[in-house]
Ligand binder design. Sequence first.
Ligand SMILES: *[C@@H]1O[C@H](CO)[C@@H](O)[C@H](O)[C@H]1NC(C)=O
Ligand SMILES: *[C@@H]1O[C@H](CO)[C@@H](O)[C@H](O)[C@H]1NC(C)=O
Ligand SMILES: *[C@@H]1O[C@H](CO)[C@@H](O)[C@H](O)[C@H]1NC(C)=O
Ligand SMILES: *[C@@H]1O[C@H](CO)[C@@H](O)[C@H](O)[C@H]1NC(C)=O
Length: 387
Amino acid sequence: MVSSFSFAPFVFLLLVIGGTARPLYPLPGKGDGGSKRPLQTFRPYNIAHRGSNGEIPEETRQAYLRAIEEGADFIETDILSSKDGVLICFHDVTLDETTDIAEFKEFANRNRTYEVQGVNMTGFFTVDFTLKELKSLRVNQRFSFRDPQYNGKFQIITFEEFINIALDAPRVVGIYPEIKNPVKWSDGKRFEDKFVETLKKYGYKGSYLSKDWLKQPAFIQSFAPTSLVYVSNQTELPKLLLIDEVDIPTQDTNQASNSYWEITSDTYLDYIKQYVIGIGPWKDTIVPVTKSYVTNPSDLVERAHARNLQVHPYTYRNENEYLYFNFSQDPYKEYDYWINKIGVDGLFTDFTGSLHNFQEWTSPNPRDDKIESELLHKIALLVSPYE
Ligand SMILES: *[C@@H]1O[C@H](CO)[C@@H](O)[C@H](O)[C@H]1NC(C)=O
Ligand SMILES: *[C@@H]1O[C@H](CO)[C@@H](O)[C@H](O)[C@H]1NC(C)=O
Ligand SMILES: *[C@@H]1O[C@H](CO)[C@@H](O)[C@H](O)[C@H]1NC(C)=O
Ligand SMILES: *[C@@H]1O[C@H](CO)[C@@H](O)[C@H](O)[C@H]1NC(C)=O
């Protein structure tokens, strides 16, 4: 997959930083006779967590282009708001960890303290910066052990720019945006309203696997059940409830620390399945880990599947510090376990290419064979008159 060709988009994109020019690859329906290669639906989904962020700083255009190039079925993002109400793709509520904000003297007095999910947090909050100010920053890798060569090079992007990356892809690539709990929201509109309006503006609609959905696939994810219930009145797009670590209270329910057990109970799954088509649990809650060894899996996947709920666990990472000893430091072995033993329906990965290569190796996309055999057939027809 890695060829010299793969770096072509970066060269061009470096030239357009700061501008709004669209990259030079075919527009939807252009250059391929209007029939894009469809989303594969026969094997678990490869969900590019914050783009191919194992290689390139998270949630940047370049991380998403890389993920598409490497075979992502869906590109994943977190939606927050700028001070001037523009929806942006950014994971943390503060800019401190993953941008170069510390280098900007003019912003030095913009640190604030807000209560975020019951805890007072201090830092540079995205919501205190206009889009223009946010665009002047550059994104860095979150982890020091990841390739630093792209640090300080790429911008934060807006939700609309993110959508255009998916729509401009040379094959059908789905989007998987997360509704975050915004720290504050002042213009009277609910964050969820703007979120759904943006999806509608770009034509995202339809229930799971419907004709509309297959044309522009999207999953809506949130840790906050009330957000999912709220948007269920506004869009038929499939939704998934994210589930955190067992000791983290469920967002917006303000429950005690046993809330994990409550939201994974049979009763709760029966309730939430009216609104969602699946759940997205932190993987260590399905297969608990002790001293870096995986122990026996819980029955959560079975109970979800019994209700026709999909399970998309997060997050798969190649690095040794994330690979438990049972997998012999081999990410393929981990994918094999989760796909073939646990039987999940989608995987959030930081390394799109590794998951894609594993899936192509173990369950190749039959469409590829078909394309190849059609091509061979055409070549045979061209050749045969001369035989
Ligand atoms: C912001 O940073 C300055 C300088 O480090 C510090 O004095 C101030 O207390 C900080 N403000 C907040 C709200 O944390
Ligand atoms: C956060 O700080 C404010 C102001 O000091 C205080 O009133 C509030 O109780 C604090 N909240 C938490 C959760 O500690
Ligand atoms: C959704 O719409 C129904 C019917 O109009 C209404 O009764 C319900 O309160 C709405 N739910 C939400 C969460 O807005
Ligand atoms: C993982 O390895 C440990 C240590 O060998 C073993 O006890 C445990 O059963 C293994 N886990 C699974 C799910 O096989």
